[in-house]
Write a protein that binds this ligand. Structure first.
Ligand SMILES: Nc1ncnc2c1ncn2[C@@H]1O[C@H](COP(=O)(O)OP(=O)(O)OP(=O)(O)O)[C@@H](O)[C@H]1O
Ligand SMILES: [Mg+2]
Length: 245
């Protein structure tokens, strides 16, 4: 008998059903896509939905400042600043931590990369986070000087968070219409899963699409869905009408 791995329910209906219940607990997933496709919102919704299910979450931001991120996410019904006050959701500026640790503002050496890795791991452990987001791994990778450093960083982070039974989403920025899921091409091979968000042009309109490209340790659907963003429902997925594709 195959024993199914425990699942981390995202609370985004279609995503959970396509994954047979959710992301396998402890996985590291790349949420990849171009500018403005909904990467940050999907990740924040994953954390806020998690709190409702009893999972503490931590969001490391390396693209927007904390006040801007809060302001942008506050428009969505799923987001509630009370979750931050209660300590169930933590939002942390990755570059502020890096500065406070005295790390280089440009490129990290091996020792600096290791310090940052240890701090992220220790914070997650101390907060007892079961869900973690780094937004974006692309901007973090920029500070890691070599492909080996990127590989080592993501691998170590993924395995230490898996040991804490913490499920991780890393956002990955890619230019539109480029057939890769990460800037440095290493991230996509190390990650356990890839969720790809894309803008598709249809009769002059831009439609957002969603697709699970890979997910180690589970069977899953690979269909494209239309992704809508609304204040009431946040990210919502609907089947793509084939005739319009
Ligand atoms: N109140 C709202 N209702 C509906 N859609 C919204 C609302 N606020 C923002 N959006 C949409 O969400 C998009 C931004 O989503 P998000 O920040 O999650 O994308 P992203 O992929 O993280 O972008 P970036 O590449 O800039 O980091 C905006 O471009 C806008 O189209
Ligand atoms: Mg973003």
């Amino acid at each position: 008998m195959i024993v199914e791995k425990p699942r981390c329910k995202t609370g985004i209906d279609v995503l959970d059903s396509e994954l047979n219940g959710g992301i396998p607990v402890g996985s590291t997933i790349l949420v990849s896509g171009g500018s403005g496709v909904g990467k940050t919102t999907l990740c924040m919704q994953f954390l806020c939905n998690g709190v409702k299910l009893g999972d503490k979450g931590v969001f490391f931001t390396a693209t927007e400042t904390v006040p801007k991120l809060k302001k942008h996410q506050n428009v969505f019904d799923f987001f509630d600043e009370k979750l931050i006050k209660s300590g169930e959701l933590s939002i942390i500026d990755l570059w502020s931590i890096s500065d406070r640790l005295g790390l280089s503002p440009e490129r990290y050496n091996l020792e600096e990369a290791n310090i940052l890795f240890e701090v992220i791991r220790d914070i997650s452990k101390e907060l007892d986070a079961k869900r973690l987001v780094i937004d974006s791994i692309t901007s973090l990778c920029y500070r890691l000087q070599t492909r080996e450093m990127i590989r080592e960083f993501i691998f170590k982070l993924g395995s230490s968070l898996a040991a804490l039974r913490c499920t991780t989403l890393l956002t990955s920025e890619v230019p539109p219409r480029v057939f890769q899921y990460s800037q440095y091409e290493i991230e996509e091979f190390i990650a356990d899963g890839i969720i790809f968000l894309e803008d598709v042009e249809r009769r002059g309109d831009l439609i957002r699409t969603f697709q699970i490209v890979k997910m180690r340790g589970t069977s899953h659907g690979r269909s494209k869905f239309v992704l809508n963003i609304s204040e009431k429902n946040g990210i919502e997925l609907a089947p793509m009408l084939k005739s319009h594709v």
